[in-house]
Design a binder for this molecule. Structure first.
Ligand code: R5P
Length: 314
């Protein structure tokens, strides 16, 4: 065993509320660590608990302010390594910089790979994350990655609503496999928005593959950033005859005009998970689901070397 049997959970400043909830589920206190700033803005961290030989879990979503969140995480990994932690698991409920995962034009970085390299080089033993933008980002790491899905949490919520005439809608062709899995599990119809990217910030809807005529629809995406994609998909559903339009995503980045766009879009409900904090993003039709149970179970399983695959359909 690489650790002394003790496990400790620490958090940076990006999503302490989620870390607290995870600790509650595990019946453990959150570890004592502080993140401060030098006068020039540089970040400093200090782990106050003794972690020599311990199995350390560092919970930090790399969400906005993404560079600060990432740097905090790297410094916490470094501090843990230098404090002789037995094993260090970086727990990223949301993995930022994930959308830049390949060279789709000349002279651009593969940011998702660089972030993986930074996390590994800092001294991480393993990674635990939820709904990577693309699953193949796991391959950017040469250390074990446990990649969880928020879909059991979201599917259970949708199922409990008992929405009649339900169709699951994928907002683009790329996400159709995920939408198909939802449709199968919920015994619902399936439709796919056929869109094309005009430029980095806008898309154009071309067609709807499958029918949403007279149906209540749930559009499923991995994240809402500016809200452009999901609101375009919602408009397309209405154009093709959908009745109630719900949307769900795992990561509510919700930057820039997102909240206003979502409110203006007259959606029946916007369902998101708490992988990213939701302060200042509240509006009446927003429903936030927690992934704390999922993460707590995964942390427990990793610590006791048990399989995490049962969590894929918890
Ligand atoms: C696209 O591939 C993603 O799955 C999301 O649909 C997209 O990144 C969301 O961005 P925005 O909300 O800015 O349209």
């Amino acid at each position: 065993m690489t650790h002394n049997g003790q496990f400790k959970i620490f958090t940076g400043t990006s999503n302490p509320a989620l870390a607290e909830k995870v600790c509650e589920r595990l019946g453990k206190p959150l570890g004592d660590a502080r993140v401060t700033r030098f006068p020039d803005g540089e970040i400093d961290v200090k782990i106050n608990d003794d972690i020599r030989g311990a199995d350390v879990f560092l919970v930090q979503s790399t969400c906005p302010p993404v560079n600060d969140a990432l740097m905090e995480l790297l410094l916490m990994i470094d501090a843990s390594r230098r404090a002789s932690a037995g094993r260090i698991t970086a727990v990223l409920p949301y993995y930022g910089y994930a959308r830049k995962d390949r060279k789709d034009e000349g002279r651009v970085p593969i940011s998702a790979r660089l972030v993986a390299d930074l996390i590994t080089a800092a001294g991480t033993s393993r990674v635990l994350t939820i709904d990577l933008h693309t699953a193949q980002i796991q391959g950017f790491f040469d250390i074990p990655v446990d990649h969880l899905y928020a879909s059991p949490v979201i599917k259970r919520y949708i199922a409990n609503k008992n929405i009649p005439n339900l169709t699951i809608v994928s907002p683009d062709v790329g996400r159709s496999k995920v939408a198909r899995a939802y449709a199968k599990r919920l015994d619902a119809g399936l439709a796919i928005v056929d869109k094309r990217r005009v430029d980095a910030g806008s898309t154009e809807v071309l067609d709807m593959i499958g029918s949403v005529e007279g149906r209540n629809v749930f559009i499923i995406d991995d994240m809402i950033a500016t809200g452009g994609s999901i609101v375009d998909a919602a408009k397309a559903c209405r154009k093709f005859g959908a009745k109630d339009v719900y949307v769900a995503c795992t990561h509510a980045v919700m930057c820039g005009p997102a909240v206003q766009r979502l409110m203006d879009a007259q959606l029946t409900e916007v369902v998101v998970c708490d992988t990213i904090p939701m302060e200042n993003k509240q509006f009446p039709t927003l429903k936030v689901l927690t992934v704390a149970d999922l993460l707590a179970e995964a942390i427990r399983s990793i610590h006791y070397s048990e399989s995490v695959s049962r969590l894929f359909d918890m």
